[in-house]
Design a protein around this ligand. Structure first.
Ligand code: ADP
Length: 299
């Protein structure tokens, strides 16, 4: 069983031939409402990979929150511990896409995600205790992430942190993490080293492994991943070559699939290869959750 604790957002995407300037109104071409949020994306990816997933999150007492919970239930995710926060909106991302340049502008409202308090985890301690793996990201308050990691550590539950969006983390917090999965931006911030060459990549992994307990998996977009387990040498696993259309949620698909394969007792390199395949499929499709492949598509 995998427990994912994290954000649940509703992404509202409007496309137009040009972005509105301040004070201007433009006629757009399309509007879609898509389930998103890093926590939710990773929970859905793990569920589509075949894992039994409990998603612990907060949504607002609005239609978006109800729709989100219904969508997770369709995925077979255990939603019993998703709390509906009274008088609060569900987290939303309002996204405008300029179709001529492909650029976007985004306003994110944390909503219910931001109201998550560390004390609320006391009620779900049993869920963490029963888990094989705890998967967390950084779109909810850091105090919640830290307490969740501490609980999992106490019960010897394997902990996986995707440190996104990038913020600085204490050595103490990293010491509660068994497997860290940063992208290049996050790895640079956490290690203080910008990886421009193979050599500096090794330095980044070295630095992060001083605190992280088992392994660091650095995702490199179309280049795949470089990972290193404690005491081992860095290993580069290439990505599948695909025509990328939209890389939204690629990292989330990778993390969700990885924990699912790890929970089935696959070796880490095997789990990485399969997660790479799943993430490569997702970049050939648009949107966050709609782009996440099902396990049968990998075969
Ligand atoms: P994030 O989305 O968090 O920034 P990355 O861009 O590093 O993370 O992508 C995560 C993973 O998704 C990569 O390690 C790779 O497996 C896959 N991926 C991302 N972009 C591509 C691409 N253009 N082609 C193939 N795979 C990709």
């Amino acid at each position: 069983k995998i427990v994912v604790i994290g954000s649940s957002n509703t992404d509202m995407v409007a496309t137009a031939s040009s972005m509105p300037l301040p004070g201007q109104t433009v006629h757009g071409n399309s509007f879609t409402v898509i389930q998103g949020g890093k926590g939710a994306n990773q929970a859905v990816a793990a569920a589509r990979a075949g894992a039994h997933v409990t998603f612990i999150a907060k949504v607002g007492d609005d239609d978006f929150g109800k729709q989100a919970i219904a969508a997770y239930e369709t995925e077979g995710i255990d939603t019993c511990q998703i709390e509906i926060q009274k008088g609060c909106s569900t987290g939303v991302a309002v996204i405008t896409v300029d179709e001529s340049s492909g650029e976007n502008s985004i306003v994110v409202i944390g909503g219910a995600n931001a109201t998550f308090q560390a004390e609320e985890l006391d009620e779900i301690e049993a869920d963490i205790e029963e888990a094989d793996i705890l998967l967390v990201q950084l779109e909810i308050p850091l105090a919640v992430v830290e307490k969740a990691l501490r609980m999992a550590h106490k019960y010897k539950v394997q902990t996986v942190l995707n440190p996104a969006p990038a913020i600085e983390l204490s050595d103490e917090l990293l010491g509660l993490v068994d497997i860290l999965i940063p992208n290049e931006t996050e790895a640079a911030l956490l290690s203080g080293i910008t990886a421009e060459s193979e050599e500096s990549l090794n330095l980044v992994l070295d630095k992060l492994l001083q605190h992280v307990n088992e392994a660091v998996i650095l995702t490199l977009g179309s280049q795949g991943v470089v990972y290193r387990s404690k005491g081992g040498a860095p290993i580069h696993i290439k990505a599948n070559q695909v025509k990328a259309i939209d890389t939204t949620a690629a990292g989330d698909v990778f993390c969700g699939y990885l924990v699912s394969f790890l929970s089935e007792n696959n070796a880490i390199d095997e789990a990485i290869k399969l997660a790479n395949n799943a993430a490569a499929i997702s970049v050939t499709r648009k949107g966050a959750q709609p782009s996440i492949p099902f396990i049968k598509e990998l075969k």
